[in-house]
Structure formats: C-alpha cells, structure tokens
Write a protein that binds this ligand. Structure first.
Ligand code: 5GP
Ligand code: MG
Length: 184
C-alpha cells in the first residue's frame, strides 16, 4: 500500500501550544508545594517528546516518572487490551497525578490506565494529551474519557511525528503529520 504524508501541525504550532498548556497547568496547580509536588507520568514511548517539553515549561514543583504502555496493533488499529509496565512500582498514594499521553483515540487505553491508577489511591488524577480524536471514541467512553488539558482536537486521521510512530518509524519527525493510505 502506498502512503503519502500531509502536514497537520508544524513544529512551531506544537511548541506554542505546549507553552500555553504548561501555563494553564501551572496556574491550576498553584496549591502544590516542594513537599507535595505534582507527579507527572509519561506514557512511553509516544508521549516522550511532548512530556519533556511540557514538564520543563511548568513553573510549579513537579516530579516525573514513566510507564510503558503497549497496544498491539495491526496496521494502524489496536487489537486487544493495552499492556502496562510500571517499572518498579510507582507509588501514587495521596499524590497529585498528571497523566501525559500522546493521543486519545477509542479511549480504551486511558480507561484501563485510570482503573489501574485509581486503585493506588492518588489525591487526584488529571489527564493531559497532545492529541484527541473524539470521533473515534467508543460510545461507552464518550462521557467518561476526556483530557483535562488538550493540545489539539483532530479528525479521524492516522498521525505520526512528535513521538508518534507508524511501525516504529517517524517518531522523530518534528511536525505532526497525517498519513494517507492509497490502494494501488
Ligand atoms: P486508544 O484507542 O486506546 O484511545 O489509543 C491507543 C493508542 O493507539 C494510543 O495511545 C496510540 O499509541 C495509538 N494511536 C491511536 N491513534 C493513533 C494515531 O493516529 N497515530 C499513532 N501513531 N498512534 C495512534
Ligand atoms: Mg499513547
């Protein structure tokens, strides 16, 4: 199958949006302190570049940690439930948790992650996602899964770049682009 690439958001547009998100998050978390800092959790691997830019632009005390999320895919579509690898167990009890994701699509990954994290008794959990495809959300997640902080709402296109891959490739693209698949 032939693929073509199309620009969706340029590097500059993404950088500007990340600065705005960081300002909004910093303003909303004025109550966190050095003794009770925000805990920003990066979902690897897709969110890694978004995450590092975002947390470095925050002006409130913040700790960082990482978890690996794997969804098995066929082409561009996930198959089966996502698998989480929390490394050495991350302690969330009484923490102000901010999950940082690359993209929310059907909502299944975020729903499973929230279930897992809520069992760990955090003080509160919010979600920051670079991208959201609301048209793809499964009906059962329509009311429950949304980003508290969102970079861009996008149409139902398969996107790459800024950490997002297609078969392991294109993560390092500096712009966010979408792929078009042509039957030949
Ligand atoms: P979910 O359907 O569970 O909300 O999303 C699962 C995962 O599918 C996302 O975290 C992301 O890794 C992947 N995904 C969904 N849409 C896209 C996309 O347009 N591009 C890429 N590269 N990955 C996507
Ligand atoms: Mg992801």
């Amino acid at each position: 199958m032939k693929t073509s690439f199309h620009m969706m958001y340029s590097q500059k547009e993404v950088e500007n949006r990340i600065r705005e998100l960081a300002a909004q998050i910093s303003s909303d978390y004025q109550n966190v302190t050095e003794d009770d800092p925000l805990l920003a959790l990066c979902t690897l691997r897709g969110a890694v570049f978004f995450f590092t830019d975002l947390v470095r632009a925050l002006s409130v005390p913040c700790e960082v940690d990482f978890l690996k999320v794997h969804s098995y895919t066929e082409g561009t579509r996930p198959v089966g439930a996502p698998v989480f690898d929390l490394g050495e167990d991350i302690v969330l009890k009484n923490r102000h948790v901010l999950i940082v994701e690359d993209i929310i699509d059907t909502g299944a990954t975020m729903d499973a992650m929230l279930d897992l994290f809520r069992m760990k008794d955090p003080a509160d959990i919010r979600i920051c996602s670079l991208l959201d495809k609301p048209d793809r959300r499964l009906p059962k997640y329509q009311d429950t899964i949304h980003a508290d902080y969102l970079g861009f709402k996008i149409p139902d296109q398969f996107v790459i770049g800024w950490g997002l891959d297609y078969d392991g490739k294109y993560r390092l693209l500096k712009d966010i682009m979408y792929l078009e698949f042509h039957k030949d």
